[in-house]
Each structure stands twice: as C-alpha cells, then as structure tokens.
Design a protein around this ligand. Structure first.
Ligand SMILES: [Zn+2]
Length: 239
C-alpha cells in the first residue's frame, strides 16, 4: 500500500468533504486501490473495503491506532491502542483481486454479503427497518419476510460468516466497572478524521510558507515533507 503525497491527500479531502460517510468510504477505498474499477467499489463486499481502508491508514498514519471509546455500562472513557496487523490477521493478502460479494444458502434463502451501495440505500431508515431492507436487498432467492426469529438469527450469523472482515470488532475491558464488551471500529470514519487533521496541518504550512517566501501552493506541496518542515522551522526562527 502506498503513502499519499501532499497534493493527493488534499485532493481527496476536497472531494470527500461534501460526501456522505459511505460515499467517502468508497472514495478512500478507490484511493487505496487505484487498480480497482472506480464504478465497482460500491458493490464490493464490506470486508474488502474495510481491509483496503485499514491498509491505507497504516501506510499513511502508521500501524498503531490510538482511539477512545465510552464504556456502554458506566460511561467511563477508555483509551485503547489497536494494531492494524492484528485487525487484519485473517484478511486476504493485499494483492488479492476483487470478488463479487460471496453468497450462501440459509434458512430457505439465498443471500449475499452486503456492500456500501446496500448500506447507502438503507441509511435513512430507522435501525429495525434498515435491517429488514438490507436483508431484502441481499436476498437473491426466497422470502425474508416469512422468516421466524430462529431463521432470522441463522441468516444473520450466515451473513457474518460470509464476510468476517466486515466486522472490525475488538474486545474492551472497562477499568472502572470491570465489565467486558465488544466495540466496532469504523475504518472509514477513523481514516477520514485523520485525513482532515493532516489536510488542515498542510494548509497551515502552505499559508506560512506562501506568506514568507511567496511560493505557490503547488510549489510548496511538491516539496518533500522533511524539506517543508525545515523551511517552516527557518521561518519560525526568524519571525
Ligand atoms: Zn465501565
């Protein structure tokens, strides 16, 4: 996975800003995997998308993720460190080619793993309606509305097993109440937040160097990062 250069990162930031979070995840996945046809990304299995986003994250911001999550039982804010390599230990190799969402037969239905396009189609619905609408979209044969509770559980478990990397879950031990819990990592949101922070820092650098030296934005962004940092230190030492 390659690191984005400064101009590329700002271009992604420009294009991602007005988009919905799911559409942004597709944009970032396309940047991670320029070899994938851009119009196919929204139909790939979610695990494939999440894996590409985590690899892009590791290449640009390092393999360690420092995050915070609030305990659902007592509200305590917990700091946690995640390792991208650990999250991806069962993921297919980086060079794996794309595939259509995998399918299976369960409880009288033929179902496929969901994609970003499916999530986007149900994003505006209430959670219970969204789950039903998502299953209806992902049912290739059979009547999901006719399922009883047992059948529904079987289908939900089968869908999880179809695309295990879609679920970037990790366990939490609360230091305050001692309870154990599971939390989910949203790789798209994490990467977007970090990309925004870096874009903002880059613009600040452009602002300072342009004001001092009169260079254009393109000239400043084309400088290697360490040379840019050196000039910034010079500007600061003389002001
Ligand atoms: Zn707690």
């Amino acid at each position: 996975m390659r690191a984005l250069d400064a101009a590329e990162l700002l271009s992604l930031w420009d294009r991602g800003m007005p988009r919905h979070a799911l559409d942004r995840a597709a944009l970032l996945a396309s940047a991670a995997r320029p070899d994938w046809p851009a119009d196919a990304v929204a139909d790939l299995p979610l695990g494939t998308i999440g894996t590409s986003l985590l690899r892009l994250r590791a290449a640009n911001f390092g393999p360690r993720i420092d995050a915070h999550v609030d305990c659902r039982h007592c509200g305590q804010r917990l700091a946690l460190a995640l390792d991208v390599a650990e999250l991806l230990q069962d993921a297919p190799p980086e060079t794996a080619s794309t595939c259509a969402p995998p399918e299976t037969e369960v409880a009288g239905l033929r179902v496929r793993a969901p994609s970003l396009r499916d999530l986007a189609a149900v994003a505006e619905l209430a959670p219970a309606d969204a789950a039903d609408a998502l299953l209806a979209r992902c049912t290739l044969a059979g009547q999901p509305a006719a399922l009883d509770a047992d059948g529904r559980t079987q289908v939900d478990e089968a869908l999880e097993a179809l695309d295990p990397q879609a679920d970037l879950a990790f366990s939490l031990n609360c230091v305050a109440c001692g309870r154990q819990d599971m939390a989910q990592l949203d790789a798209g949101a994490l990467l977007w937040d970090e990309l925004c922070a870096r874009a903002s820092a880059l613009l600040q650098q452009v602002h300072q160097l342009a004001r001092h030296y009169g260079w254009s934005e393109a000239q400043i962004l084309a400088l290697p990062a360490n040379r840019r940092a050196h000039y910034l230190a010079l500007v600061e030492s003389t002001s």
